[in-house]
Design a protein around this ligand. Sequence first.
Ligand SMILES: Cc1ncc(COP(=O)(O)O)c(C=O)c1O
Length: 461
Amino acid sequence: MSVESPVTLDRKRIQELIRREEEQLNARTPASGRLFRRANAVLSAGVASSYQLRDPWPIYLERGAGPKVWDVDGNEMWDFHNGFGSMVQGHAHPAIGRAIADRYGLGTHFAAPTEDAVVVAEDLARRWGLPTWRYTNSGSEATMDAIRIARAYTGRDTVMKIFGSYHGHHDTVMVSIGVEYDKIGDREDLASLPYGAGIPQAVVDLTIPVPFNDAGAMERRIARLDAEGRKPACVIMEAAMMNLGVVLPEPGYLEEVRDITRRHGVVLIFDEVKTGLAIAAGGATEKFGVTADLITLAKSLGGGVPTGAIGGTEEVFSVVADGSVFQVGTYNGNPLGMAAARANLHEVLTPEAYEHLDHLNDRILAGCEQVIRRHSLPGYAVGIGAKGCVTFAPTRVIDYETFKAHQDKDLTELAWLFNMNRGIFMTPGREEEWTLSVSHTDEAVDAYVAVFDEMAAELTA
Ligand SMILES: Cc1ncc(COP(=O)(O)O)c(C=O)c1O
């Protein structure tokens, strides 16, 4: 739902508010500023990962408990960032804490299989309806290995992905993510563009992007690549895009993709690193009722301990089982991560947990929609399971092209600053969304809506 005829916002006023809020945030976070100066001496650009960067300094956190986090200046905030969507359990959940403490006393790493790895795979197999599993330590490792499995299974090199989708930081998928609108190329022939430096052109050329929510464009591109002798090994995609805010699949789209990939003998990989365990017990696969050949998990699997997984059919996994593909890693199935994942799956992410997350998300989405309508803002609230966002755009975003053409960068920046100054910890960057946790309450989501209302009132005053 969005507003029929939104107000025209005063761009000068938005800039003034951004400046005011920036000054306020800097004044509230002097200890982060000091830590940044110290960090700069030993950490490149002062952070552990470039996704943690922010001008003039990142907000350094000290601790988290349940739905809240505290920064090094002592500012208390409701956490809607939740570790880029990893902490659907909330911080320091006692069941996961117990599992980690118990496991520590028994030893934390052997690089030999343990029972927990079997128990976790049994649970995941039930949730996803996919029989075969392997572990990794991150989402990037999961998508990297899933693509290798698909390449080995089909004997092909080309990889198809959705333009604008993020699947981790290995070379094959660091292609056609965030680029300028005028560079993306024609819809039928979208450009393969490296995301940052250091990615070999030869690798970039192997990855072919297509638009989201356009099964026809996907099938035509597969057919053309086939005619050129470079049919894709796989299509890797999120069933609902979670890196342009939230972009849901149009009705029928995923079913068509399933049908196209099956007919062309292309392995379908649903990257569920963000959707898996966050939008339903069985992720996007359960929510949309379409099963891929391979799925990848990470973020919310290990309850804050780095853990990832790949699930798939026996048929596609046969190349791992017969030893042709080396799906390996010293820390794969690490006992600490597996103990945390077991407690997470058995004791935390229960059917009642998903009922609670659905209730909270309905409430926050409805609250944000009411604010949008009351103030006639150009935008709409969209979400699913624990995930959602307000997209500031006069029309609905359905793919990268519409995102680039319509998303209001300034408003998104202002919303982030407004939140941070009023006790709502959110992901920096315009492409992100909120993640709720099982420890969030009505009070937490109402706080989010109240801050949004305050911003809307100031914008339209
Ligand atoms: C959909 C998706 N796939 C893969 C990844 C990579 O996961 P990681 O950062 O754990 O390597 C991400 C990270 O944001 C993601 O959103």
